[in-house]
Design a protein around this ligand. Structure first.
Ligand SMILES: Nc1ncnc2c1ncn2[C@@H]1O[C@H](COP(=O)(O)OP(=O)(O)O)[C@@H](O)[C@H]1O
Ligand SMILES: [Mg+2]
Length: 613
């Protein structure tokens, strides 16, 4: 073993050195293998959780040991009851299922389990382009041009197939994908490139028609006519493909901005495209600029025309990777996870075999639990707010930089706070006065009549509402941005008044709309919640009535984000030197209430410990 190590070439210090072959990954997975039956399928792992749905790896099981990998996409529980989202989801399956092309993920069926629709589709064992770009960036490598060319050629073919698709009776279907972006492009370990997620695609006969003017799709990859709310056609996909291609070639984002609204505005005003393509061959530059023409008439008329042009220059250094080469490249890039996944599949094979054997022996106690909404993705934390304080809970999520959804219930109220990297970014609430439009009315930024007028046009989420507001010039952009941020803050602050209820945290869940970084300071929020919202009686009860209780500073340093007033800082300093009793602290300070709140805040955040004398 020692010998083998010495023979290895020098490598920079990284985790692979210590955990060869994805040791970490595999151990984690092996612990958790829990097969769950789901209609005719068996769910294995959740592989992604997007705005609208979860995606699972799964197997469809046949007779005599037959089983085949599939992917199951299931709409989120909290969206399943919403007719609009539900219709969008089933439309996705109906539109995509008509298409059959090697570069488009094949739909198998649209089904329903426990009144929640799901889509079963071909499983692509590999990674989406977002993850590929992320990994390349992490190791400081560019995307080889032959790979970029190969992906662009394949995507152009996929798009052309969708754009030109005709029904069996010859009628043009005018399918537009509308969300061509790295997360929706899958690259397999065997070198295939496949376009997926027709979730917001438009077909001429789509049941749920999208009106022109509605903003959908990822802003960073959006064609100018979409951002402007004008009528769109298939050439909007060619523009998005151009951005994906440009980003692969340059390894730089084509557009940047502090948030989606800012990017949307910059596209409208024509400030978005810096077109910095230094170092690209001239013919390539010409192709990019034609695909990225702001005027659809200046673009390639069809995805096929783009493909043909690219193919004509794709020789020498630019010759596209073959299937084998691309497979090797992606397989090598994710060698650690790839190996762990193969072991995982073998593990699943064995578990399925045991299960099938038991079934054929007529045993009624099949190993799989019955399907249930929560069994597929159990919460990573849950409890009652009487026992776990909201301040402590939020502080914990912040400290561990968690990403996920925190659900809070106190019948009939329900709120969900989405966290990204430990910061709250989005809140969904069923409290009517907390809806964004109503919020703007309360804040005096919008008249009720304006709101009613705008509502008629849009029943979708905040981004659409924000967009309509900006276009109708009813509210200025910076005011809107601040309102969004203040609204999330207020919705969370209100929660501190809840004295009971339950909570659940689902790791990895992402908000239904493109999350905007709202710059909400989580610790500051907890501070305000404790100092201003929590009923004093609750705090008294939590601290207890024994005035001899000792308050001891713990080892953690208090982050500057928790901005204390001068008086509060003095209290902190007095604790630095020695452990003090509650009685002492109350003596020092003029306001008993303020001191109690502060002690409670510090102890919930883990900065002090309370000890009985
Ligand atoms: N057929 C599939 N095989 C493997 N992974 C998939 C498949 N479909 C989707 N994924 C993964 O799940 C993610 C989300 O799927 P997608 O259909 O784009 O859902 P959303 O509507 O939430 O964007 C993708 O970005 C990809 O990483
Ligand atoms: Mg997607």
């Amino acid at each position: 073993m020692a010998e083998a190590r010495e023979n290895l070439p020098a490598r920079p210090y990284n985790s692979l050195w210590f955990f060869p072959q994805g040791f970490h990954y595999n151990k984690d997975m092996a612990d958790k293998l829990q097969l769950r039956s789901f209609g005719d399928y068996v769910l294995i792992d959740k592989i992604a959780s997007g705005g609208m749905a979860d995606v699972f790896s799964a197997r469809v099981v046949g007779i005599r040991g037959f089983s085949k990998s599939v992917a199951i996409k299931r709409i989120h529980a909290h969206l399943a009851e919403n007719q609009h989202f539900s219709a969008m989801f089933t439309d996705e399956a109906k539109i995509a299922s008509r298409l059959s092309h090697p570069n488009i993920v094949q739909i198998i069926e649209l089904g329903e389990v426990e009144s929640r629709p799901f889509i079963a589709m071909e499983f692509v064992s590999g990674r989406d382009l977002y993850h590929v770009l992320e990994r390349l960036t992490a190791i400081g490598e560019p995307c080889p041009w032959p790979m970029a060319v190969r992906i662009a050629l394949d995507l152009a073919q996929a798009l052309h197939h969708a754009h030109e698709f005709r029904s069996p009776n010859g009628q043009a279907q005018s399918i537009i994908h509308r969300d061509v972006s790295p997360r929706n492009v899958l690259v397999s370990f065997s070198g295939e490139v496949k376009l997926t997620d027709f979730g917001i695609a438009r077909a001429s006969d789509r049941e749920e028609h999208t009106e022109p003017g509605q903003i959908k799709g990822k802003v960073r990859y959006m064609a100018p006519e979409v951002a402007a709310g004008r009528e769109i056609d298939h050439r909007t996909d060619i523009f998005s493909l151009g951005i994906v291609f440009a980003e692969l070639l340059t390894m730089k984002p084509y557009r940047t901005g502090p948030n989606d609204i800012a990017i949307l505005l910059s596209i409208r005003e024509g400030r978005d495209d810096k077109k910095r393509f230094d170092g690209l061959p001239l013919d390539m530059l010409y192709i990019l600029q034609r695909a990225l023409n702001r005027d659809p008439d200046g673009r390639y008329p069809t995805a096929e025309a783009f493909r043909a042009d690219l193919a004509s220059i794709a020789t020498g250094d630019l010759a596209p990777m073959t299937v084998l080469e691309l497979g090797h490249f992606i397989g090598g890039l994710f060698a650690d996870e790839n190996a762990a996944e193969r072991r995982r599949q073998a593990q699943v094979d064995r578990a399925l075999e045991r299960w099938q054997k038991r079934q054929s022996q007529g045993s009624s106690t099949a190993a799989m639990s019955s399907p249930s909404i929560n069994s597929a993705s159990p919460p990573t934390r849950s409890g009652a707010l009487r026992e776990t304080s909201l301040a402590g809970l939020l502080g914990d999520l912040h400290r561990n930089q968690e990403t996920g959804r925190l659900d809070l219930h106190r019948s009939p109220l329900k709120k969900s706070i989405f966290f990204t990297g430990g910061e709250p970014v989005f809140v969904i609430s069923n409290v009517e006065k907390e809806a964004f439009g109503e919020y703007l009315v309360t804040a005096g930024l919008l008249t009720p009549a304006d709101l009613a007028r705008i509502r008629k046009q849009s029943e979708l989420g905040n981004l659409q509402l924000v967009d309509l507001l900006l276009r109708s010039k009813a509210v200025a952009p910076n005011e809107l941005y601040q309102s969004l941020s203040a609204q999330v803050r207020d919705r969370i602050l209100d929660l501190f008044t809840w004295s009971d209820g339950t909570f659940e945290f689902y790791t990895g869940e992402r908000p239904p709309e493109a999350g905007m970084p709202l710059n909400i300071n989580c610790l500051g929020l907890i501070h305000d919640g404790v100092m201003e919202q929590i009923p004093l009686a609750f705090i008294r009860k939590a601290i207890g009535s024994n005035r001899k209780t000792l308050v001891r500073r713990s080892i953690f340093t208090i982050p500057p984000a928790l901005s204390f007033s001068g008086r509060d800082q003095r209290l902190m300093q007095s604790l630095e030197a020695q452990t003090r009793s509650l009685d002492d602290l109350l003596h020092d300070q003029s306001s008993e209430e303020r001191t109690l709140r502060l002690v409670y805040l510090l102890s919930e955040l883990g900065f002090v410990e309370l000890q009985s004398p």
